[in-house]
Design a protein around this ligand. Structure first.
Ligand code: FES
Length: 110
């Protein structure tokens, strides 16, 4: 299907998973990771209030600019300024993110 993209997610054990996710459902990266039964805490459910969905972006895809809420949460969690850090709940899946590679952050542990 044209509206499915592949995303590569490395878990906290260093295992790389390839997941497929639709781009026409308004899903966030965090929701796609959860839907594929990978372990990601994401306590606040995607409200940019917990930072337990933190990922490191490993590929050079152009991502949307951070919102003030995302930036503030990363700052509170001492993650702002750590290279390639993003909240996966604030990244919505689009066709141009096909092939995105991410590493789960330490605080995503369930
Ligand atoms: S799920 Fe809580 S900040 Fe992303």
């Amino acid at each position: 299907m044209d509206d499915l993209i592949k995303i590569y997610v490395t878990d906290l054990d260093g295992v790389k998973h390839c997941i497929e996710a639709p781009t026409d459902m308004g899903l966030s990266l965090m929701e796609a990771i959860k839907a594929n039964e990978l372990q990601i805490k994401a306590t606040c459910g995607g409200m940019a209030l917990c930072a337990t969905c933190h990922v490191y972006i490993k590929s050079d895809h152009l991502l949307p600019t951070m919102s003030e809420d995302e930036e503030a949460m990363l700052d509170d969690a001492f993650l702002l300024g750590i290279p390639h850090s993003r909240l996966s709940c604030q990244i919505y899946l689009k066709p141009e993110l096909d092939g995105l590679e991410v590493q789960l952050g330490e605080n995503t542990a369930v």
